[in-house]
Design a protein around this ligand. Structure first.
Ligand code: NAD
Length: 379
């Protein structure tokens, strides 16, 4: 099998799909790995390190891509990238099929097989390939670091000769992978942490990290298939916001991470709630790009409302590019090893991981939601 890793071209993307330690294991299996020159620089990896691990350094993008069976990527490809790809090739990466169905349509039209890392099921067997989790955990960690940097207060409680400093109060909304890592990081920095999630199943995990779980009983089902959250009604959202207002306004830091796959992020913090927060407080909205949990948050920007700083960071895993690439690379290689039987690529759609992750193959869009989104509108 021949794998190609090219420079990521989309906006601020410092991660690389494969790191030298993983390249070495793939090369040992007899695979050829070609890395475009400079592809590792964003993650502080030189061409020499890749070479020492057994990779071939590609200086001619068109040539290296023409020879590849598999193209390993991090961010969704741009049209400039896929113009070099050919029918029969496999691309694997974060392809954002529900957010960017047209990209899948374009890849499919070219006869490319697209594997979306987002679509790998969240099952025990697929845990080692779960790139959503490995990267969300980094985002949760970094959100707290950004909040600590923006907050004009200490996080930990301190008793000093010059007086006692109370611990910062942190509220985490959405206690999935990112939220749980945010809780753990804020606790490590000494903050008092509260957390809320519409899935009651996370209560024990929140408590085991030393945070208080805010319980809000909603009179509707909040958990969908696969353990993901369900989109809840406007009434239920309004009720939850009423209960949460007091907690938001008592917090020094609010970190929001709530998402429902394929939907706009739910609105959890309104401007009215922000108006009642202490000046100098900080909100980090990790899903600003998906519509935002916090009213007015802007992707990639920090704004100020009523004396409260609202951060809307995008692609936080990329800011921790070394470890993000290391974990992502492992996820990718574990998945690729599943694709290979007796030394050859075999797309076994009887395997639920391969079947779920493969969004298009052989000129057919396989993911039902993406297919629906690409269908011509009937008039
Ligand atoms: P996500 O990023 O889709 O959402 C983040 C969190 O937001 C979720 O916990 C969700 O319940 C919460 N949320 C959604 N709407 C909300 C609202 N209106 N108010 C408050 N919170 C709201 O979630 P994720 O981190 O990707 O995790 C999704 C699921 O996958 C979870 O059940 C998680 O435990 C599960 N998971 C399983 C495995 C595994 O078994 N291998 C690995 C990782 C994640």
């Amino acid at each position: 099998m021949k794998i190609a890793v090219v420079n990521e071209t989309r906006g601020f993307e410092r991660r690389v799909a494969l790191v030298p330690s993983v390249v070495a294991t793939l090369v040992k299996r007899g695979w050829t790995v070609t890395i475009e020159t400079g592809a590792g620089l964003g993650a502080n990896i030189s061409d020499q390190e890749f070479q020492a691990a057994g990779a071939v350094i590609g200086h001619n993008k068109a040539e290296m891509l023409a020879a590849a069976d598999v193209i390993a990527k991090v961010s969704p490809p741009t049209p400039e990238e896929w113009q070099h790809w050919q029918a029969g090739q496999i691309v694997v990466g974060f392809l954002n099929p529900l957010g960017m169905p047209q990209t899948i349509g374009a890849l499919n039209a070219r006869g490319i097989t697209a594997i979306s890392m987002e679509m790998i099921p969240r099952t025990s067997r697929a845990q080692s390939m779960d790139a959503l989790s490995s990267q969300a955990s980094i985002a949760g960690y970094k959100a707290v670091i950004l909040a600590a940097e923006a907050l004009p207060r200490y996080f930990p409680m301190l008793t000093t000769a010059a007086g006692t400093i109370p611990p910062a109060k942190v509220l985490v909304m959405g206690a999935g992978v990112a939220g749980l890592q945010a809780i753990a990081t804020a606790r490590r920095l000494g903050a008092l942490v509260e957390a809320y999630d519409i899935r009651p199943a996370v209560k024990e995990e929140v408590q085991s990290l030393g945070a208080k779980f805010i319980e809000i009983t909603l009179k509707e089902e909040t958990t969908a298939q696969g353990g993901y959250a369900k989109e809840i009604s406007q009434n239920a959202q309004e009720y939850a916001r009423q209960v949460l207002t007091k907690h938001v306004q008592e917090a020094d830091v609010v970190i929001t991470t709530a998402q429902v796959p394929g939907k706009k992020a739910p609105l959890l913090v309104t401007e009215e709630m922000i108006a009642g927060m202490k000046p100098g407080s900080v909100i980090v909205d990790l899903v600003a790009e998906q519509g935002g949990n916090c009213e007015g948050s802007q992707p990639g920007q920090t704004i100020e409302k009523h004396g409260v700083k609202i951060l809307g960071p995008v692609n936080l895993p990329s800011t921790v590019a070394v470890h993000a690439s290391q974990l992502y690379s492992k996820n990718i290689s574990n998945f690729l090893q599943l694709l290979v039987k007796d030394g050859a690529i075999h797309l076994d759609f009887g395997d639920d991981i391969i079947s779920s992750a493969c969004v298009c193959h052989g000129g057919e869009v396989r993911h039902p939601r993406v297919k629906e989104m690409l269908a011509p509108v009937q008039v």
